[in-house]
Ligand binder design. Structure first.
Ligand SMILES: Cc1ncc(COP(=O)(O)O)c(C=O)c1O
Length: 404
Protein backbone atom coordinates (compact mmCIF):
# COMPACT_ATOMS: atom_id res chain seq x y z
CA UNK A 1 0.00 0.00 0.00
CA UNK A 2 1.13 3.54 -0.72
CA UNK A 3 -0.25 6.72 0.82
CA UNK A 4 -0.67 8.39 -2.56
CA UNK A 5 -3.02 5.60 -3.68
CA UNK A 6 -5.30 5.78 -0.63
CA UNK A 7 -5.42 9.56 -0.11
CA UNK A 8 -3.96 9.62 3.40
CA UNK A 9 -0.97 11.44 4.95
CA UNK A 10 1.78 10.09 7.19
CA UNK A 11 0.18 11.95 10.08
CA UNK A 12 -3.15 10.16 9.39
CA UNK A 13 -1.36 6.84 9.76
CA UNK A 14 0.35 7.90 13.01
CA UNK A 15 -3.01 9.09 14.38
CA UNK A 16 -4.70 5.78 13.56
CA UNK A 17 -1.88 3.84 15.23
CA UNK A 18 -2.13 6.02 18.30
CA UNK A 19 -5.94 5.70 18.45
CA UNK A 20 -6.40 2.00 17.67
CA UNK A 21 -3.21 0.07 18.35
CA UNK A 22 -1.89 -1.26 21.67
CA UNK A 23 1.57 0.22 21.45
CA UNK A 24 4.47 -1.64 23.10
CA UNK A 25 7.19 -0.46 20.72
CA UNK A 26 9.36 2.60 20.84
CA UNK A 27 8.70 3.63 17.24
CA UNK A 28 11.14 5.25 14.85
CA UNK A 29 9.48 8.55 13.93
CA UNK A 30 9.13 7.80 10.26
CA UNK A 31 6.82 5.85 7.99
CA UNK A 32 8.36 2.99 6.05
CA UNK A 33 6.49 2.88 2.77
CA UNK A 34 8.74 0.86 0.47
CA UNK A 35 12.05 -0.98 0.69
CA UNK A 36 14.63 -2.51 -1.60
CA UNK A 37 18.01 -4.12 -0.88
CA UNK A 38 19.76 -2.20 1.93
CA UNK A 39 17.39 0.77 1.79
CA UNK A 40 13.99 1.72 3.19
CA UNK A 41 12.03 4.68 1.78
CA UNK A 42 9.49 6.94 3.48
CA UNK A 43 6.33 8.35 1.84
CA UNK A 44 8.35 11.18 0.30
CA UNK A 45 10.68 8.69 -1.31
CA UNK A 46 13.55 9.66 1.02
CA UNK A 47 16.15 6.94 1.43
CA UNK A 48 17.26 5.43 4.74
CA UNK A 49 20.25 3.10 5.03
CA UNK A 50 18.93 -0.01 6.75
CA UNK A 51 21.32 -1.39 9.37
CA UNK A 52 18.71 -3.34 11.32
CA UNK A 53 16.95 -5.36 8.59
CA UNK A 54 13.70 -5.78 10.52
CA UNK A 55 15.94 -7.01 13.36
CA UNK A 56 18.16 -9.51 11.60
CA UNK A 57 15.46 -10.68 9.21
CA UNK A 58 15.90 -9.34 5.67
CA UNK A 59 19.32 -10.90 5.20
CA UNK A 60 19.27 -11.22 1.40
CA UNK A 61 18.06 -7.62 1.21
CA UNK A 62 14.69 -5.92 1.68
CA UNK A 63 12.06 -7.22 -0.75
CA UNK A 64 14.59 -9.51 -2.37
CA UNK A 65 13.27 -10.11 -5.89
CA UNK A 66 13.55 -13.90 -5.78
CA UNK A 67 11.97 -14.18 -2.34
CA UNK A 68 9.11 -11.92 -3.40
CA UNK A 69 8.57 -13.89 -6.62
CA UNK A 70 8.53 -17.20 -4.72
CA UNK A 71 6.01 -15.86 -2.19
CA UNK A 72 3.76 -14.39 -4.90
CA UNK A 73 3.85 -17.58 -6.96
CA UNK A 74 3.00 -19.74 -3.94
CA UNK A 75 0.26 -17.32 -2.81
CA UNK A 76 -1.42 -17.68 -6.19
CA UNK A 77 -1.00 -21.47 -6.23
CA UNK A 78 -1.77 -22.72 -2.71
CA UNK A 79 -1.88 -20.38 0.24
CA UNK A 80 -2.92 -22.38 3.32
CA UNK A 81 -4.10 -25.91 3.98
CA UNK A 82 -3.06 -26.76 7.57
CA UNK A 83 -0.76 -29.75 8.00
CA UNK A 84 -3.10 -32.53 6.87
CA UNK A 85 -2.14 -32.75 3.20
CA UNK A 86 1.47 -32.97 2.06
CA UNK A 87 2.64 -29.72 0.49
CA UNK A 88 5.57 -29.20 -1.86
CA UNK A 89 7.32 -26.19 -0.25
CA UNK A 90 7.35 -27.84 3.21
CA UNK A 91 9.02 -30.98 1.93
CA UNK A 92 11.59 -29.18 -0.21
CA UNK A 93 12.45 -26.76 2.58
CA UNK A 94 12.77 -29.56 5.14
CA UNK A 95 15.28 -31.37 2.93
CA UNK A 96 17.17 -28.15 2.17
CA UNK A 97 17.51 -27.10 5.82
CA UNK A 98 18.36 -30.53 7.24
CA UNK A 99 20.96 -31.32 4.61
CA UNK A 100 22.49 -27.83 4.70
CA UNK A 101 23.02 -27.68 8.46
CA UNK A 102 23.55 -31.40 9.08
CA UNK A 103 20.50 -32.09 11.25
CA UNK A 104 18.05 -35.00 10.89
CA UNK A 105 14.52 -33.66 11.34
CA UNK A 106 12.61 -30.37 11.32
CA UNK A 107 9.40 -29.11 12.93
CA UNK A 108 7.95 -25.84 11.62
CA UNK A 109 6.67 -22.99 13.78
CA UNK A 110 5.84 -19.33 13.05
CA UNK A 111 8.31 -17.28 15.07
CA UNK A 112 11.38 -17.39 17.26
CA UNK A 113 9.57 -17.65 20.55
CA UNK A 114 7.39 -20.47 19.21
CA UNK A 115 10.44 -22.31 17.93
CA UNK A 116 11.93 -22.07 21.42
CA UNK A 117 8.69 -23.29 22.98
CA UNK A 118 8.92 -26.34 20.73
CA UNK A 119 12.58 -26.82 21.66
CA UNK A 120 11.80 -26.68 25.39
CA UNK A 121 8.79 -29.01 25.03
CA UNK A 122 10.76 -31.52 22.99
CA UNK A 123 13.66 -31.54 25.47
CA UNK A 124 11.32 -32.01 28.45
CA UNK A 125 9.35 -34.80 26.80
CA UNK A 126 12.55 -36.55 25.77
CA UNK A 127 13.93 -36.29 29.32
CA UNK A 128 10.76 -37.39 31.08
CA UNK A 129 10.19 -40.34 28.76
CA UNK A 130 13.79 -41.48 28.83
CA UNK A 131 14.76 -40.88 32.46
CA UNK A 132 11.56 -40.34 34.49
CA UNK A 133 9.14 -37.60 35.56
CA UNK A 134 11.65 -35.31 37.29
CA UNK A 135 14.07 -34.94 34.41
CA UNK A 136 12.70 -31.69 33.00
CA UNK A 137 15.03 -29.00 34.38
CA UNK A 138 16.82 -26.70 31.92
CA UNK A 139 19.73 -24.34 32.60
CA UNK A 140 19.93 -21.16 30.52
CA UNK A 141 22.14 -18.05 30.56
CA UNK A 142 21.67 -14.95 32.63
CA UNK A 143 20.95 -11.96 30.39
CA UNK A 144 19.88 -14.30 27.59
CA UNK A 145 16.79 -13.76 25.48
CA UNK A 146 14.57 -16.52 24.12
CA UNK A 147 11.21 -14.83 23.49
CA UNK A 148 8.03 -13.55 25.08
CA UNK A 149 5.70 -16.53 25.41
CA UNK A 150 5.66 -18.25 28.79
CA UNK A 151 8.18 -21.04 28.21
CA UNK A 152 10.62 -18.87 26.28
CA UNK A 153 10.11 -15.94 28.66
CA UNK A 154 10.80 -18.24 31.62
CA UNK A 155 13.93 -19.50 29.85
CA UNK A 156 15.04 -15.90 29.46
CA UNK A 157 17.54 -15.47 32.27
CA UNK A 158 16.57 -12.06 33.52
CA UNK A 159 14.48 -12.90 36.59
CA UNK A 160 12.42 -9.95 37.74
CA UNK A 161 13.80 -7.91 34.89
CA UNK A 162 13.11 -6.96 31.28
CA UNK A 163 10.42 -8.95 29.53
CA UNK A 164 9.34 -10.88 32.67
CA UNK A 165 8.25 -7.82 34.66
CA UNK A 166 4.58 -7.73 35.61
CA UNK A 167 3.64 -11.16 34.28
CA UNK A 168 3.52 -13.08 37.53
CA UNK A 169 5.15 -16.43 38.17
CA UNK A 170 7.29 -17.83 35.41
CA UNK A 171 7.07 -21.44 34.26
CA UNK A 172 8.78 -23.73 36.79
CA UNK A 173 11.89 -25.70 35.85
CA UNK A 174 14.56 -23.23 34.75
CA UNK A 175 17.80 -22.04 36.41
CA UNK A 176 20.16 -19.40 35.13
CA UNK A 177 23.97 -19.18 35.11
CA UNK A 178 26.33 -16.43 33.94
CA UNK A 179 27.09 -16.54 30.21
CA UNK A 180 30.52 -17.81 29.17
CA UNK A 181 31.08 -19.28 32.66
CA UNK A 182 31.39 -23.03 32.13
CA UNK A 183 31.93 -23.85 35.81
CA UNK A 184 28.79 -21.92 36.80
CA UNK A 185 26.74 -23.81 34.20
CA UNK A 186 28.03 -27.13 35.48
CA UNK A 187 27.22 -26.09 39.05
CA UNK A 188 23.67 -25.04 38.09
CA UNK A 189 22.85 -28.51 36.74
CA UNK A 190 21.21 -31.06 39.06
CA UNK A 191 20.19 -34.69 38.72
CA UNK A 192 16.93 -33.37 37.24
CA UNK A 193 18.60 -31.34 34.47
CA UNK A 194 17.85 -32.55 30.97
CA UNK A 195 19.30 -29.68 28.93
CA UNK A 196 21.38 -26.56 28.65
CA UNK A 197 19.87 -23.91 26.36
CA UNK A 198 22.06 -21.16 24.99
CA UNK A 199 22.43 -18.44 22.34
CA UNK A 200 25.81 -18.65 20.59
CA UNK A 201 25.86 -14.85 20.63
CA UNK A 202 23.71 -13.07 23.19
CA UNK A 203 21.98 -10.58 20.91
CA UNK A 204 19.40 -8.77 23.02
CA UNK A 205 21.69 -9.17 26.03
CA UNK A 206 24.25 -6.76 24.55
CA UNK A 207 25.95 -8.64 21.67
CA UNK A 208 28.23 -11.03 23.56
CA UNK A 209 29.66 -13.92 21.51
CA UNK A 210 30.25 -17.22 23.31
CA UNK A 211 33.85 -18.28 23.76
CA UNK A 212 35.19 -21.44 22.13
CA UNK A 213 35.98 -22.95 25.53
CA UNK A 214 32.43 -22.30 26.76
CA UNK A 215 30.60 -23.82 23.78
CA UNK A 216 32.89 -26.83 23.45
CA UNK A 217 32.84 -27.30 27.21
CA UNK A 218 29.03 -27.27 27.28
CA UNK A 219 28.88 -29.82 24.46
CA UNK A 220 31.23 -32.18 26.30
CA UNK A 221 29.48 -31.69 29.65
CA UNK A 222 26.09 -32.48 28.07
CA UNK A 223 27.51 -35.58 26.36
CA UNK A 224 29.12 -36.82 29.58
CA UNK A 225 25.90 -36.38 31.58
CA UNK A 226 23.15 -37.59 29.23
CA UNK A 227 21.94 -34.03 28.73
CA UNK A 228 20.90 -32.17 25.59
CA UNK A 229 22.50 -29.03 24.20
CA UNK A 230 19.80 -26.71 22.86
CA UNK A 231 21.08 -23.84 20.73
CA UNK A 232 18.90 -20.81 20.04
CA UNK A 233 19.92 -19.53 16.60
CA UNK A 234 16.85 -17.35 16.14
CA UNK A 235 19.00 -14.24 15.73
CA UNK A 236 22.34 -15.80 14.70
CA UNK A 237 21.12 -18.37 12.19
CA UNK A 238 21.34 -18.37 8.43
CA UNK A 239 24.64 -16.67 7.61
CA UNK A 240 24.41 -13.64 9.92
CA UNK A 241 27.55 -14.52 11.91
CA UNK A 242 29.80 -15.49 9.02
CA UNK A 243 28.86 -19.19 9.02
CA UNK A 244 25.53 -20.70 7.98
CA UNK A 245 24.79 -21.32 11.65
CA UNK A 246 26.81 -19.81 14.46
CA UNK A 247 27.34 -23.22 16.10
CA UNK A 248 29.57 -24.04 13.11
CA UNK A 249 32.17 -21.57 14.43
CA UNK A 250 32.64 -23.86 17.42
CA UNK A 251 32.99 -27.22 15.69
CA UNK A 252 30.03 -28.63 17.61
CA UNK A 253 26.46 -29.73 16.85
CA UNK A 254 23.38 -29.13 18.97
CA UNK A 255 20.83 -31.82 19.81
CA UNK A 256 18.12 -29.31 18.94
CA UNK A 257 18.55 -25.91 17.26
CA UNK A 258 15.88 -23.23 16.92
CA UNK A 259 15.71 -20.70 14.10
CA UNK A 260 13.40 -17.98 12.76
CA UNK A 261 14.08 -14.36 11.70
CA UNK A 262 16.29 -14.57 8.57
CA UNK A 263 14.93 -17.96 7.55
CA UNK A 264 11.84 -16.56 5.82
CA UNK A 265 13.56 -13.56 4.21
CA UNK A 266 10.76 -11.36 5.57
CA UNK A 267 7.95 -13.92 5.78
CA UNK A 268 7.11 -15.24 9.26
CA UNK A 269 8.51 -18.69 9.94
CA UNK A 270 10.27 -20.46 12.78
CA UNK A 271 11.55 -24.00 13.12
CA UNK A 272 13.48 -26.45 15.23
CA UNK A 273 15.83 -29.07 13.88
CA UNK A 274 16.71 -32.06 16.03
CA UNK A 275 18.77 -35.22 15.85
CA UNK A 276 16.66 -38.34 15.15
CA UNK A 277 16.74 -39.77 18.65
CA UNK A 278 15.50 -36.58 20.30
CA UNK A 279 13.01 -35.81 17.52
CA UNK A 280 11.17 -39.04 18.38
CA UNK A 281 9.86 -37.29 21.52
CA UNK A 282 7.28 -35.60 19.26
CA UNK A 283 4.74 -38.06 17.91
CA UNK A 284 1.24 -37.78 16.48
CA UNK A 285 -0.79 -35.28 18.48
CA UNK A 286 1.96 -34.25 20.89
CA UNK A 287 2.60 -30.85 19.34
CA UNK A 288 1.05 -28.81 16.55
CA UNK A 289 0.29 -25.42 15.03
CA UNK A 290 -2.24 -24.11 12.52
CA UNK A 291 0.14 -21.95 10.54
CA UNK A 292 3.52 -23.62 11.13
CA UNK A 293 4.89 -24.80 7.80
CA UNK A 294 2.74 -22.31 5.90
CA UNK A 295 3.33 -22.94 2.17
CA UNK A 296 4.01 -19.26 1.38
CA UNK A 297 6.54 -18.87 4.20
CA UNK A 298 8.22 -22.14 3.21
CA UNK A 299 8.44 -21.09 -0.45
CA UNK A 300 9.92 -17.73 0.58
CA UNK A 301 12.39 -19.48 2.90
CA UNK A 302 13.55 -21.77 0.11
CA UNK A 303 14.26 -18.75 -2.08
CA UNK A 304 15.95 -16.88 0.79
CA UNK A 305 18.27 -19.81 1.59
CA UNK A 306 19.09 -20.15 -2.09
CA UNK A 307 20.04 -16.46 -2.23
CA UNK A 308 22.09 -16.62 0.99
CA UNK A 309 24.06 -19.65 -0.16
CA UNK A 310 24.47 -18.92 -3.88
CA UNK A 311 25.67 -15.36 -3.19
CA UNK A 312 28.05 -16.49 -0.41
CA UNK A 313 26.48 -14.06 2.02
CA UNK A 314 27.96 -15.81 5.06
CA UNK A 315 31.39 -15.03 3.67
CA UNK A 316 30.35 -11.44 3.03
CA UNK A 317 29.04 -11.18 6.60
CA UNK A 318 32.39 -12.41 7.94
CA UNK A 319 34.51 -10.09 5.77
CA UNK A 320 32.33 -6.99 5.94
CA UNK A 321 31.63 -7.53 9.63
CA UNK A 322 35.35 -7.57 10.39
CA UNK A 323 35.87 -4.38 8.36
CA UNK A 324 32.96 -2.65 10.08
CA UNK A 325 33.99 -3.66 13.60
CA UNK A 326 37.57 -2.46 13.05
CA UNK A 327 36.22 0.87 11.90
CA UNK A 328 33.74 1.25 14.77
CA UNK A 329 36.58 0.98 17.29
CA UNK A 330 37.59 4.52 16.20
CA UNK A 331 34.30 6.07 17.35
CA UNK A 332 34.41 8.67 20.11
CA UNK A 333 33.27 7.49 23.57
CA UNK A 334 33.57 3.85 22.53
CA UNK A 335 34.12 1.35 25.33
CA UNK A 336 33.88 -1.93 23.40
CA UNK A 337 33.00 -3.24 19.95
CA UNK A 338 31.72 -6.82 19.94
CA UNK A 339 30.17 -9.14 17.42
CA UNK A 340 30.27 -12.09 15.10
CA UNK A 341 29.95 -11.46 11.36
CA UNK A 342 27.29 -8.81 10.83
CA UNK A 343 25.79 -9.05 14.31
CA UNK A 344 27.62 -6.06 15.70
CA UNK A 345 27.33 -4.14 18.97
CA UNK A 346 29.03 -0.97 20.15
CA UNK A 347 29.11 -0.20 23.86
CA UNK A 348 29.74 3.45 24.73
CA UNK A 349 30.98 4.90 28.00
CA UNK A 350 28.13 5.90 30.28
CA UNK A 351 28.01 9.50 29.03
CA UNK A 352 26.37 8.29 25.80
CA UNK A 353 22.90 6.74 25.60
CA UNK A 354 22.32 4.10 22.92
CA UNK A 355 18.74 5.28 22.41
CA UNK A 356 19.95 8.85 21.82
CA UNK A 357 22.50 7.62 19.28
CA UNK A 358 19.73 5.68 17.53
CA UNK A 359 17.55 8.80 17.25
CA UNK A 360 20.45 10.95 16.03
CA UNK A 361 21.24 8.31 13.39
CA UNK A 362 17.60 8.32 12.29
CA UNK A 363 17.79 12.09 11.73
CA UNK A 364 20.74 11.35 9.41
CA UNK A 365 18.87 8.53 7.66
CA UNK A 366 20.60 5.52 9.21
CA UNK A 367 18.45 2.88 10.92
CA UNK A 368 20.00 1.01 13.85
CA UNK A 369 18.72 -0.38 17.17
CA UNK A 370 19.70 0.34 20.77
CA UNK A 371 19.91 -2.15 23.63
CA UNK A 372 20.39 -1.59 27.35
CA UNK A 373 21.50 1.86 28.35
CA UNK A 374 24.59 2.51 26.27
CA UNK A 375 24.76 -0.08 23.49
CA UNK A 376 23.81 0.13 19.82
CA UNK A 377 23.33 -2.95 17.67
CA UNK A 378 23.67 -3.23 13.90
CA UNK A 379 22.22 -6.25 12.05
CA UNK A 380 22.11 -5.04 8.41
CA UNK A 381 21.12 -7.08 5.38
CA UNK A 382 24.09 -9.33 4.57
CA UNK A 383 24.39 -7.84 1.07
CA UNK A 384 26.04 -4.63 2.34
CA UNK A 385 29.57 -3.70 1.30
CA UNK A 386 32.44 -1.67 2.76
CA UNK A 387 31.07 1.55 1.26
CA UNK A 388 27.81 1.06 3.17
CA UNK A 389 29.85 0.50 6.35
CA UNK A 390 31.82 3.71 5.71
CA UNK A 391 28.55 5.62 5.28
CA UNK A 392 27.07 4.12 8.44
CA UNK A 393 30.27 4.81 10.38
CA UNK A 394 30.28 8.49 9.39
CA UNK A 395 26.64 8.87 10.46
CA UNK A 396 27.20 7.13 13.81
CA UNK A 397 30.29 9.25 14.40
CA UNK A 398 28.41 12.48 13.63
CA UNK A 399 25.56 11.31 15.88
CA UNK A 400 27.84 10.57 18.85
CA UNK A 401 29.65 13.89 18.33
CA UNK A 402 26.31 15.70 18.33
CA UNK A 403 25.56 14.12 21.73
CA UNK A 404 28.93 14.23 23.42
C1 LIG B 1 17.88 -15.29 20.40
C2 LIG B 1 16.42 -15.01 20.24
N1 LIG B 1 15.54 -15.96 20.54
C3 LIG B 1 14.21 -15.76 20.39
C4 LIG B 1 13.72 -14.55 19.96
C5 LIG B 1 12.23 -14.35 19.81
O1 LIG B 1 11.90 -14.35 18.47
P1 LIG B 1 10.48 -13.79 17.97
O2 LIG B 1 10.51 -12.32 18.20
O3 LIG B 1 10.42 -14.17 16.52
O4 LIG B 1 9.45 -14.48 18.78
C6 LIG B 1 14.61 -13.52 19.63
C7 LIG B 1 14.11 -12.22 19.17
O5 LIG B 1 14.77 -11.23 19.14
C8 LIG B 1 16.00 -13.76 19.78
O6 LIG B 1 16.89 -12.81 19.49
Amino acid sequence: MKLADIGLTAQDIKDKVSKYMIETYERFDFLAETARDQYIYDEKGEEYLDFYAGIAVNSAGNCNEKVVAAAVEQTQTLMHTFNYPYTIPQALLAEKICTTIGMDKIFYQNSGTEANEAMIKMARKYGIEKYGPNRYHIVTAKMGFHGRTFGSMSATGQPGNGCQVGFGPMTYGFSYAPYNDLQAFKAACTENTIAIMIEPVQGEGGVHPATMEFMQGLRKFCDDNGMLLLIDEVQTGWCRTGKIMSFMHYGIKPDIVSMAKALGGGMPIGAICACSEVAKAFSAGSHGTTFGGHPVSCAAALAEIDELLSRNLAENAEKTGRYFMDKLKKLPHVKAVRGQGLLVGVEFDNTISGVDVKHECLKRHLLITAIGTNIIRMVPPLIINEEDCDKAYEIIKASVEALG
